[in-house]
Design a protein around this ligand. Structure first.
Ligand code: ATP
Ligand code: MG
Length: 451
């Protein structure tokens, strides 16, 4: 068995919902992701219910409901502050634009409802009376670690192109293979992903890169999905580097770097994109040695374009872009406290621990031959950084001993010059923290700006 097949234990409230509906003479099952996750021995995040009752009949059975998507048959049943989606058995009508069913039709057949679901492992239902309903071999596919479409994969991906990304995402979350015909259909139909909204692609990409196996993004390259959703990274997968520091091409190095960093959205996206500027900055010596001068700054611009195109929120865009821009900052330099204080100031106090994590993942994904030397250097940076934190040294205007108000009190006019004066004072303090005294810094401002 691939994964320890767990058993299904309905939460009390789900049992209550199923019993209420079946007690009224209808069918009701837990369905989809919750059945899959239970069999995997994972605790499902949410429990969806599928039923032969119509939404209006469901509403009559429960005192508190929300009309979540009546047109699609979904009612949310509220029980003690928790919501459970109860959806009527349905058949999706013809699909428009590889995206939305033109219409949905309710049906009284559980089989019809299960047939419209994407993968065999997502097309199982369960209730205590019947046990597991598994009409397409979902449990067997899970035991073999396979993601397989229900029915003809070409039809299924033509109906909804996002399912291709879902297949790759599940493969990354579960470390499953994509069954051959399903994979061949992705290869054939990847172009249809053009029609899918950026928001839906983003949601799948985030789940993929924050999964246990972000390197499975390679499947997106191999099947042509990447060329559609992230052509910049497709190019990285085809950019060789010939350099003593590197043993992998740019894309493979970045995939490995993702594996080497904690699974947060910002850090994984930063590793994905940290070298995205390389293909455009590549030069080669006569002997073939490659260089990528300026790739961090070029990469930041590209990362911003990519993340904005995928409609990531501003905080994510800014964080990731800052990490891409600085990922190479001070690389290999022997740290001194002054160098470190300046680095923290440039990169940002908030982001510095993430910068160190990025640096570490980058190193771990480079040529293992030079590893220990680089890790020792990073260890020295980290130790030096800790010293600055422990001594609570000033690294930003936040803790500088003078402010704009002090400059005005000295006789400066409000305006840009005050910003310059404060930055000048801060540079002095970054060089030597002993200088972070109001009297000293006011004297310096007076000498340089008020004579
Ligand atoms: P997760 O919640 O872990 O992201 P999931 O499979 O539970 O994954 P949901 O969006 O919660 O995804 O969908 C619940 C169920 O609805 C799925 O298990 C599947 O049966 C069905 N489903 C979801 N999206 C699609 C789709 N695009 N095409 C067909 N069926 C789908
Ligand atoms: Mg779910």
């Amino acid at each position: 068995m691939k994964a320890g097949m767990g058993s299904i234990r309905l939460p009390q409230k789900v049992r209550q919902i199923l019993e209420r509906i079946t007690g009224a003479g209808f069918e009701a099952y837990a369905v989809g992701g919750c059945v899959r996750d239970s069999l995997l021995g994972r605790v499902p995040e949410d429990w969806d219910v599928t039923t032969s009752a119509t939404p209006w009949q469901v509403k009559e059975l429960f005192p508190r409901t929300v009309d979540t998507g009546l047109k699609h048959g979904t009612v949310t049943v509220l029980l003690g502050g928790e919501g459970f989606e109860v959806t009527t058995y349905r058949v999706d009508g013809e699909y428009e634009d590889a995206r939305h069913p033109r219409e949905v039709t309710f049906t009284s057949s559980l089989e019809e409802d299960l047939k419209r679901r994407d993968f065999t492992m997502n097309a199982m239902a369960y209730n205590e009376g019947t046990g597991i309903v598994d009409l397409f071999g979902g449990a067997e596919d899970m035991e073999r670690g396979l993601i397989r479409c229900v029915g003809d994969p070409r039809e299924r991906f033509t109906e909804d192109a996002l399912r291709m990304m879902r297949a790759i995402r599940f493969s990354a979350q579960l470390d499953y293979e994509i069954e051959d015909r399903t994979r061949a259909a992705i290869q054939e139909l990847a172009g249809n992903l053009k029609k899918i909204s950026a928001e839906r692609i983003q949601a799948e990409l985030t789940k993929l890169v924050t999964s246990a196996h972000p390197e499975k993004l390679r499947i997106a390259y191999e099947t042509g999905v990447l060329a559609v959703i992230l052509p910049e990274f497709h190019q990285a997968m085809e950019t060789e580097q010939k350099h003593p520091h590197h043993h992998l091409n740019v894309g493979e190095h970045s995939l490995l770097a993702m594996e080497k960093v904690e699974a947060s959205k910002e850090l994984r996206l930063a590793m994905l994109l940290h070298d995205i500027g390389k293909p455009a900055c590549r030069t080669a010596d006569p002997d073939g040695t490659t260089h990528f001068h300026g790739h961090a700054a070029a990469g930041e611009k590209m990362a911003r374009k990519i993340l904005q195109r995928l409609k990531y929120d501003n905080h994510t865009v800014d964080t990731v872009c800052r990490l891409v821009l600085y990922h190479d900052y001070g690389n290999g330099v022997v740290p001194t406290p002054a160098i470190l204080r300046r680095a923290v100031n440039r990169i940002g106090e908030d982001l510095f621990p993430s910068f160190l994590a990025v640096r570490r993942a980058d190193i771990l994904a480079q040529n293992p031959a030079r590893l220990s030397e680089k890790l020792e250097n990073l260890e020295a940076w980290t130790a030096c950084y800790r010293g600055i934190l422990e001594r609570k040294e000033c690294v930003s205007p936040r803790t500088l001993a003078i402010t704009g108000t002090d400059c005005i009190a000295l006789g400066m006019k409000p305006g840009r010059e005050i910003g310059e004066a404060l930055q000048g004072a801060l540079e002095l303090v970054l060089e030597d923290p002993e200088r972070n005294q109001k009297e000293y810094l006011c004297g310096w401002v007076r000498d340089h700006y008020l004579k």
